[in-house]
Design a protein around this ligand. Structure first.
Ligand code: ADP
Ligand code: MG
Length: 761
């Protein structure tokens, strides 16, 4: 018996999902698992848990669990459902990684998918739960996919043991074949229930031109125009990140100041200032005060470690938090932004890291006589439904996490979104009445968008993922029922690499010839668990894990940071367009060569090779304050150096989290490593790059002239070479390890470092 207020009851009745309550509950009774598809805003997230509660699925001490890929949804939906049901937060609760309000009285628990995954580690049968709802399954986050795979096994197991459990998968799109037509996942396909959407028509307006750079500016102009010229109705603007959101909010507030008797726009903005923003502002002030800011570890959100895309639970970073907040210029001075006090616009930001009280504002009606304008990240795409939106302004972009297959580093980049996403965004304008969507890009550009966003799992390198799964004690990764599996080759290769790095236990040596079988079920080692917590691929994680020796950690961190950035040197081999430029380029090339030689060091240091050059360059650049001028003068890419600086901060935080006793910090005045330390660094590098070993072809083996000065690697038939730019080009050591091989005019090794024969296992 739920005691809802009349207003709530009335609002519920308008939700399309209410009409399907009986159909849904009957399907739940008769099937171990079902899929529910329904447009954003149809009431899935808020209502389905209530249906289950009222049907008694949270009695007998068991509870209803709902997973969300985003923290913001877990928190805000638990509040909303508690309110609708007139129940306290001790009963309708939430749990995200760092906080929650779950009690022993909890009946409905909203959580991020990462939290449930960790719970599976502790209790595989999830005995506490009577029902699990996987929400926002269309987002295809890695954790959601893995959870669905796990639950496809857990649910039958529970039923067999006489402790029945139900699984509900909810999606905002109809594209659910990966779950339903997948024999490995569900032998009997779960029934799909479609919730009718009561969607009003949305007129799409494309831009003629597509601004490639300043889409925030374009969003500003478009929003101003809508507000000045079009009839009442809320405006929802989609941008890609927190900094952009705040930037646009400020411009709009200056253009259309909103004053209530007791609230000024300024106060209102202060009220909107989350902890994160306060830090951000402080950082900006600092930036003005000192032109060479020291590295402030608090200001670099770590790259997500074990999380999937965007604002996933297990990591700290999220899409609004891709790190480069400090770049946003101050555009208060724009003359066109002169205040227009006649038209009040009630501007609210919305993004994942925003404090919940601030987030809740978007659900309340705007002050009378004002127009609501929400500036959001794609958290408003399907996770949260904002009432009263009639106009959508869509920048067409999304900030996403990318992995570089070559360097293995993860980064956040702004790219075009998919057609499916853009259509979801447009749909936000037609919830209450016919609406309009203004796309800040042309229809031709839209035509080039991919149809759907790919499942995240296919975009990730799998050694990383395999290590994460092993850390969750999922040992037989190949047999795992992925909704969309990575290739078996990719999984085998990942497992072998992880065994060789010591992250997984060696498989037992069986078989006639005594060779290890590719077992694909090796359990994780304690070293593997430490490695799993670093935000770099396992090779580099191994180096970090070994860095404690001989106080090498600051150097290992700097080298790893530099190695994971694609190229630190500017390309000065480009053709010159004029004689003058040609002379300049020649001079700069000479200077770069000179600096490379300097950074490569002398004596023992030389043996660290290209990695010593990286270390020297990072040290020198940081010492000089990491300025554009220093980079320009010395042939370094400024952007790369800034990236390295951030990465050093992030890696330092990650290492301290695993090993607080080492207390490592980023020192801008790092002294060069001692001879001892260089030897130690070379051994650490070998430990990480052991499978990238090459041996110089010996004179007596030189049958073919093409092998002259060449190196033999275990896996390649052809020789590889040390590049003329390499610090080791003249030395040509017998054994080297390399970061990668790149084919240009020849097969060249990059990031070469010499190793001693007796170190090789
Ligand atoms: P779905 O999960 O299908 O996208 P939801 O259950 O999230 O739909 O939302 C259903 C309705 O509840 C929407 O119209 C939305 O505006 C409303 N709603 C959700 N959260 C709140 C809230 N915190 N305050 C007011 N209304 C809300
Ligand atoms: Mg929802």
């Amino acid at each position: 018996p739920v005691d809802r207020s009349p207003e709530i009851q009335e609002a519920r009745l308008k939700l399309p999902v209410l009409a399907e309550e009986q159909v849904i509950m009957e399907a739940v009774r008769e099937n171990p698992g079902i899929v529910i598809c329904g447009e954003t805003g149809s009431g899935k997230t808020t209502q389905v848990p209530q249906f289950l509660y009222e049907a008694g699925y949270a009695s007998d001490g068991q509870i209803i669990g709902i997973t969300e890929p985003r923290r913001v949804a877990a928190v805000s939906m638990s509040h909303r459902v508690a309110k609708e049901m007139n129940l306290p937060p001790q009963v309708v609760s939430y749990q995200i990684r760092y906080e929650g309000n779950v009690t022993s009285d909890t009946k409905i628990k909203f959580m991020t998918d990462g939290v449930l995954l960790k719970e599976i580690q502790k209790d595989f049968l999830l005995r506490r739960y009577r029902v699990i709802i996987i929400d926002e399954a269309h987002e295809r986050s890695v954790y959601t996919d893995i959870l669905i795979g796990l639950l496809s096994r857990i649910v039958p197991l529970r039923n067999k043991k006489g402790m029945p459990m139900k699984l509900l998968i909810m999606s905002a799109t109809l594209r659910v074949e990966d779950f339903t037509d997948n024999q490995r996942l569900f032998r009997t396909p779960p029934p799909v229930i479609k919730v009718d959407s009561r969607q009003f028509p949305v007129t799409i307006h494309f831009n003629k031109r597509t601004p490639m750079e300043d889409y925030t500016g374009e969003a500003f102009h478009k929003t101003c125009k809508i507000h000045r010229m079009l009839p009442p109705g809320g405006i929802l603007v989609f941008l890609t990140g927190q900094a952009e959101v705040h930037n646009l909010c400020r411009r709009l507030r200056n253009a259309f100041p909103f004053r209530k008797n007791n609230t000024t726009a300024a106060e209102d903005e202060d009220a909107d200032t989350s902890e994160a923003m306060r830090k951000f502002k402080k950082a900006k002030q600092k930036k003005k005060a000192v032109s060479l800011p020291r590295i402030d570890l608090d200001n670099y959100s770590a790259l997500p470690v074990d999380e999937g895309d965007e604002d996933r639970e297990a990591g700290i970073g999220d899409e609004e938090d891709g790190g480069s907040d400090l770049d946003i210029g101050d555009d208060l001075a724009d003359s066109e932004e002169k205040a227009d006090p006649s038209i009040p616009l009630y501007v609210l930001p919305l993004y994942s890291l925003l404090a919940p009280e601030q987030q809740a504002k978007v659900f309340r009606p705007p002050p009378p006589g004002t127009r609501l304008c929400v500036v959001a990240t794609n958290v408003a795409e399907t996770s949260l439904t904002i009432p009263g939106i009639k106009y959508v302004v869509d920048c067409g972009r999304v900030k996403k996490r990318f992995y570089d297959r070559v360097t293995g580093v993860s980064s956040f980049k702004v790219t075009w979104t998919s057609q499916a996403s853009a259509n979801q965004r447009a749909g936000r304008a037609g919830r209450t009445e016919p609406g309009h969507c203004y796309r800040l890009y042309s229809s031709a550009v839209f035509g080039d968008f991919s149809l759907f966003s790919e499942a995240e799992i296919t975009r990730r390198p799998v050694e990383d993922l395999v290590l994460q799964m092993k850390d969750l004690n999922i040992d037989k990764v190949v047999n795992f029922p992925f909704p969309t599996p990575p290739s078996t080759e990719a999984l085998v290769a990942a497992e072998q690499l992880l065994v060789s790095l010591g992250a997984l236990e060696e498989p037992p040596r069986t078989g006639r010839n005594g060779y290890a079988q590719a077992s694909l079920s090796c359990p994780i080692t304690p070293l593997g668990r430490a490695m799993a917590s670093f935000p770099v691929t396992p090779r580099y994680a191994k180096m970090l894990a070994l860095g404690k020796q001989q106080d090498c950690l600051p150097y290992v961190i700097a080298v790893v940071a530099a190695m994971t950035v694609r190229e630190i040197f500017e390309d000065l081999d480009r053709p010159a367009r004029s004689e003058e430029e040609s002379t300049k380029l020649t001079q700069r090339r000479a200077r770069m060569t000179q600096m490379r030689r300097l950074w490569a060091g002398q004596g023992a240091a030389l043996q660290l090779g290209d990695l010593m050059v990286l270390l020297g360059a990072v040290g020198a650049c940081e010492f000089a304050g990491c300025t554009p001028k220093f980079c320009e003068d010395n042939g370094l890419r400024y952007k790369a150096m800034v990236e390295i600086r951030k990465l050093r901060g992030q890696l330092t935080n990650a290492v301290n989290a695993v090993c607080p006793e080492v207390g490592v910090f980023v020192d801008p005045k790092m002294t060069p490593p001692t001879e001892h330390q260089v030897v130690c660094l070379r051994q650490i590098v070998l430990a990480g790059l052991g499978d990238h070993l090459a041996r110089r072809v010996q004179a007596e083996d030189l049958l073919d002239p093409k092998w002259k000065n060449g190196y033999k690697t275990p896996l390649m038939d052809d020789p590889v070479f040390i590049h003329p730019n390499s610090a080791l080009f003249k030395t040509l050591p017998e054994f080297v390890v390399y970061q990668e091989v790149m084919e240009t005019t020849k097969m060249y090794m990059r990031g070469v470092s010499a190793v001693e024969a007796e170190w090789i296992p």
